[in-house]
Ligand binder design. Structure first.
Ligand SMILES: *Cc1c(COP(=O)(O)O)cnc(C)c1O
Length: 337
């Protein structure tokens, strides 16, 4: 990861906004009162109940908390690891699915998306039939493409994966405004994963998995005992009372996403793909040159062109504040002449 000091940091889908000063001060008081000498509650019931209520988790679902959704992914890999176990996911997709599977000794089978980044349902079903995976990941929307897969396609995958667990990863739900959460308990083989990270709290590391207790209980068995620390528990509890602030920031970023998309569409040689996340995937004539020109202009983006053949000459731009986006557009103009 390049050192980002002094750069406009638009490479990691972070929310550009900090908390309003008054709210930050109030949070500071809450955190100061925390008993740091005590271990955290291993299964913080009050916080879990609050997330369920605020996020409208279906009553038939249980919640499992993780130190970010990254830890939930690694817990699921660990719980499913046995000789011959496999994980299937569309590619290009979130790299942690493959990394975490490999760390736990599971085989990872990536199934290429269609060229327009929609699901290749037939290929996915064929992979599921061939490999009988323990886990199938679907990021809704997908990172790095931004695609919100068709619901009917997802239903086909869920039906074909009756022997597997389908994990619907809704890290970008605040920007997609569409969700499978309300349906999480309608299937025996579906769980929905969310995180506070893309909602402006990447630093506190809190993710949650909603699904039937038959799944969450099994994954809970491999959870490190104190995986969510006391400061995170208190910060999350506090922020759930002030979700309006984070929701307003997400709304601002959705509006910025539209402005950014329109501005890029007007540039010569750039093709921007529809995105339901707080980022845009853009194909340019020379991704490496665009990356370097932007870096020279002090703007850090992500060159994803080497991640997968379908991403040839693609860069991924996080949607930042209006000022940051203006700076990025100016640099992009320079890069594309
Ligand atoms: C960012 C991201 C996550 C990671 O979330 P953390 O909660 O910060 O670990 C999960 N899934 C996808 C698709 C992401 O892009």
């Amino acid at each position: 990861m390049p050192n980002s000091t002094g750069l406009v940091k638009l490479d990691a889908m972070e929310n550009p906004y900090r908390l309003p000063e008054k709210l930050a001060a109030e949070l500071g008081e809450r955190l100061a009162a925390v008993a740091l000498n005590r271990y955290p509650e291993p299964r913080p019931t009050a916080l879990i109940e609050k997330i369920k209520r605020v996020m409208q988790v279906p009553a038939a679902c249980e919640l499992l908390l993780g130190n970010g959704s990254d830890e939930l992914i690694s817990m699921m890999s660990m719980a499913c690891a046995k000789p011959g176990a496999a994980v299937v996911a569309p590619v290009p997709g979130f790299v942690m699915y493959a990394m975490s599977a490999q760390f736990a000794g599971l085989e990872f089978i990536g199934v290429p998306l269609n060229a327009d980044f929609t699901l290749d349902v037939d290929a996915l079903i064929a992979a599921i039939e061939t490999h009988n995976p323990a886990l199938v990941y679907l990021a809704y929307p997908n990172n790095p493409t931004g695609t919100l897969y068709d619901d009917a396609d997802i239903e086909c995958v869920i039906a074909a994966a009756s022997n597997s667990l389908v994990v619907i990863d809704e890290a970008y739900q605040p920007f997609a405004q569409q969700s499978w959460l309300s349906r999480a308990a309608d299937f025996d083989n579906v769980v929905v994963m969310r995180t506070m990270s893309k909602l402006g709290l990447a630093g506190i590391r809190l993710g949650y998995l909603a699904g039937k207790a038959s799944w969450t209980t099994e994954f809970d068995k491999v959870r490190p005992p104190y995986n969510v620390n006391v400061l995170t528990q208190v910060a999350a509890d506090f922020m759930l009372d002030h979700l309006d602030v984070l929701d307003a920031q997400a709304a601002e970023l959705r509006a910025e996403r539209t402005r950014l998309e329109d501005a890029i569409k007007a540039l010569p040689g750039a093709t921007v793909f529809p995105s339901a996340g707080n980022f845009l995937l853009v194909r340019v004539p020379d991704a490496a040159a665009v990356f370097e020109t932007l870096l020279t202009s002090r703007v850090l983006i992500k060159n994803v062109s080497k991640m997968h053949p379908l991403l040839a000459n693609c860069v991924r731009l996080t949607v930042g504040s209006a000022e940051e986006n203006a700076q990025m557009i100016a640099a992009l103009k320079l890069a594309l002449h």
